[in-house]
Design a protein around this ligand. Sequence first.
Ligand SMILES: Nc1ncnc2c1ncn2[C@@H]1O[C@H](COP(=O)(O)OP(=O)(O)OP(=O)(O)O)[C@@H](O)[C@H]1O
Ligand SMILES: [Mg+2]
Length: 287
Amino acid sequence: MNATTATDTAAAPDGARPNLHTVLSLRGISKSFGAVAALTDIDLDVSSSEVVAIVGDNGAGKSTLVKVLSGVHAPDSGTIDFGGERVTLPTPMAALERGIATVFQDLALCDNLDVVQNLFLGRERRPFQLDEVGMEVRAWELLRQLSAKIPSVRIPIASLSGGQRQTVAIARSLLGDPKLIILDEPTAALGVAQTAEVLNLVERLRERGHGVILISHNMEDVKAVADRVVVLRLGRNNGEFRVGDVTTEEIISAITGATDNAVSRRRSRGDTASPTTHTITTEDAER
Ligand SMILES: Nc1ncnc2c1ncn2[C@@H]1O[C@H](COP(=O)(O)OP(=O)(O)OP(=O)(O)O)[C@@H](O)[C@H]1O
Ligand SMILES: [Mg+2]
């Protein structure tokens, strides 16, 4: 196979994705809350123009991982490399300034304010003097980049659909031109058409070169839009797949523990002996 360089953005001849540069690289991230080990030894890589879905059962550690990446929780151990540098993310502002933008599930929009006001809330373009025209122009620019279907930027958020609100929240996350955008369950509350709209938007983000982490419970969404799927189970890595190479059943097996990741199992036991295959029983998986 032909070698591709880090700057090569042309389509690879065999249809494989070009070798894009790594934006985020986590190694050995652990986080406990008292006796609860929410994350243990998590590795994760995300490249530019790549959508990585993180899936896992309730309590698997997805939100905790998002919070580590968005500067809400400091990890107990492990390293975070971002944009080629070793970083710490002590506050949400620090994460934002580095170029990590998170759209949390509750979206944090103000219902009574209009689209422009929500987009620029807390970051009006000039201190003490709102540049209304400039903000409105920028709002349209952002929404156009996302091919968003918003009828007017001067209507209150309360009158938008769930999908349109998600769009506004994602547009807002783009204001600081982040390298990485994290979407926590962006389609959880949406109907079919709105889900399709948000998935289109995720594709726009990828086209524009952003790395995207998509937290989702919905395997159809994951299969439709992600390049890779990373499975968390009980706070550990439990499998990683290219979407084109995996069936929904295989992903679900990794989520439920019907197939455990041999590497993480061995690591968790501190087992460095030769790799022997361990057949997992259902009983074992439930543990
Ligand atoms: N602030 C906290 N204090 C104590 N325990 C916590 C805290 N946050 C998370 N946990 C625990 O850490 C584990 C992982 O939780 P997390 O919310 O990351 O899971 P999740 O994968 O996001 O689940 P869900 O799909 O239900 O949102 C759970 O056992 C949870 O109870
Ligand atoms: Mg969660």
